[in-house]
Design a protein around this ligand. Structure first.
Ligand code: ADP
Length: 497
């Protein structure tokens, strides 16, 4: 009997390693932050070697802290920041350029020109994605087009492309395995999410040679074994999944219509839509949730650009609070926002407004407005934006969402979740373990190695820490939602003169 399962959670600002016990409890956790590289306005890069070294440092330290032996560890699951790309030499493993991070906007003009040429529809049909620099394809094209000699080497088969999961798998297996999973492939904008193959037409459009692509496998699958030269053991790499999809899995949202929201810097809502992709007309993304036991499951995804970021702004910009947690303390001092609406449209608004020219707005101020009202209204904006996305998902799928499972840093805020439940008119449920992302990767790996026998067994691990039940009236909900919508509307079309 193995005691532990390991998750590597390679995020945008840190590399983490968590060893879980079979019941889902955290036995050991180590996090290593690494530098962000901003070569120009709007450009974001990471050093792939630093990603690798911080990840392996976190891995060894988490293991050593536990004081166990490697034969007690059943396997490794990988979850990762999505869309970020690395190209490296197949033989030497040396990257040809820094990783271009999902946040990087350097290919915005290129994507705009493709949109003008009318490619958005084709891309949406094939990949479920919106034509945006966020996704991998235009970033890969940028490296091929701008780094000397790389295209020629790629055409000769000497270069590997991968998202961060592939980069870690390659390094962990000592260069033996070049692979990714369905969920990560579905974020590249090169993968056909219906036929489950790399799409030749898109590869041609972005001028990307097929030779550089990784093999694609289910998210729960034995990808290979770690090279014993690296940390002294040969463990199966048995689970791979993009971070938001892994969080959906870690939350045990295994059934169609089940939903989770991760309240981080931004917020990511994912709804499991079952075994067939649902394509959105209203600006949501269709994505592969995971591949498991011979089947592929899909999700609808909506994001809120500024969620916890609005709280950071209260702290660092306005200096109204000393810490993010203070927001709850001050917001509780007033019974409501006093009619104030804060719209944190710092960089435009996403669903359902889709206006890059929207800007932050505070409206409804009177002489009675205090700092506490502004703080409360900022917290409420996180719930309103979440509700907007959920209503959109319900409209598009015809599914009536029963409850919302939550995680992420800001989900520790009780006032936020209480308000969220009321504004949705649905229960909001916070699990004991809010490390859903790492847990999801561990579960996927555990299923492939036989550490877990079934989804039912995994579900038994999930314990609710607190459920927030709605208690306000329908009328309250409607009038508050209406005020939010009016406020959001006033923020639109600001930056464009
Ligand atoms: P990320 O993974 O995007 O870095 P985290 O899940 O670590 O985000 O959550 C951090 C975000 O949550 C920050 O934006 C912070 O402002 C917000 N946050 C953290 N704690 C609270 C809290 N108690 N109340 C409101 N917001 C919070």
């Amino acid at each position: 009997m193995k005691k532990y399962i390991m998750a590597l959670d390679q995020g945008t600002t840190s590399s983490r390693c968590i060893l879980f016990e079979k019941n889902g409890n955290i036995a050991s956790l180590v996090q290593r932050e690494f530098p962000q590289i901003f070569p120009k306005e709007g450009w974001v890069e990471h050093d792939p070697m630093t990603i690798w070294s911080t990840q392996i440092a976190a891995l060894t330290e988490a293991f050593l802290k536990l004081g166990t032996t490697w034969d007690e560890v059943a396997g490794i699951g990988i979850t990762n920041q999505r869309e970020t790309v690395v190209l490296w030499d197949r033989k030497t493993g040396i990257p040809v350029y820094n990783a271009i991070v999902w946040q990087c906007r350097r290919t915005a003009d290129y994507c705009k020109s493709l949109e003008k040429e009318g490619y958005a529809k084709l891309i949406k049909e094939k990949t479920g994605l919106l034509l945006d620099p966020y996704f991998s394809a235009s970033k890969v094209a940028w490296i091929l087009n701008n780094v000397d000699g790389v295209r020629e080497r790629a055409e000769r088969g000497e270069i590997c492309f991968g998202t961060i999961d592939s980069w870690l798998i390659y390094n962990l297996t000592g260069g033996k395995v070049h692979a990714t999973d369905y969920s990560n492939a579905s974020r590249t904008m090169l993968f056909n999410i219906t036929s489950l193959t790399w799409d030749k037409e898109l590869l041609k459009l972005f001028n990307i040679p097929e030779e550089i692509l990784p093999e694609v496998y289910p998210s729960s699958h034995i990808y290979g074994y770690t090279d014993p030269k690296i940390f002294g053991a040969s463990l199966p790499i048995a689970g791979v999944c993009g971070d938001q999809q892994a969080a959906l899995f870690g939350q045990c949202r295994f059934c169609e219509g089940e939903l989770k929201n991760t309240y981080g810097t931004g917020a990511f809502l994912l709804m499991n839509t079952g075994e067939a992709p649902k394509f959105s007309e209203l600006g949501l993304i269709t994505t592969i949730a995971w591949g498991l036991a011979g089947k592929v499951y899909y999700a609808l995804e909506g994001s809120v650009f500024a969620c916890g970021a609005a709280i950071q702004w209260l702290r660092d910009g306005l200096k109204l609070i000393d810490s993010a947690a203070d927001s709850e303390y001050y917001a509780k001092k007033v019974k409501d926002s006093g009619g104030v609406v804060v719209v944190p449209a710092f960089a435009g608004l996403g669903a359902p407004w889709w206006d890059p020219y929207a800007r932050g707005t505070i409206i409804g101020i009177t002489r009675a407005t205090t700092k506490n009202h502004i703080i409360r209204a900022t917290l409420e904006s996180m719930a309103y934006q979440t509700a907007d996305v959920i209503y959109l998902m319900e409209t598009e799928t015809g599914i009536n969402v029963k409850e919302l499972a939550v995680d992420g840093g800001a989900s520790s805020n009780n006032l936020l979740l209480d308000f969220q439940a009321n504004i949705l008119g649905k229960p909001v449920e916070r699990p004991e373990c809010i490390e859903s992302t790492a847990l999801g990767a561990a579960y996927l790996a555990g299923l492939a190695t036989g550490y877990y026998s079934s989804l039912d067994e995994i579900k038994k691990n999930r314990k609710t820490e607190k459920t927030f039940e709605p208690y306000e009236t329908e009328e309250w909900r409607k009038s508050n939602m209406l005020r939010w919508r009016k406020g959001a509307h006033r923020s639109l079309d600001w930056e464009k003169f």
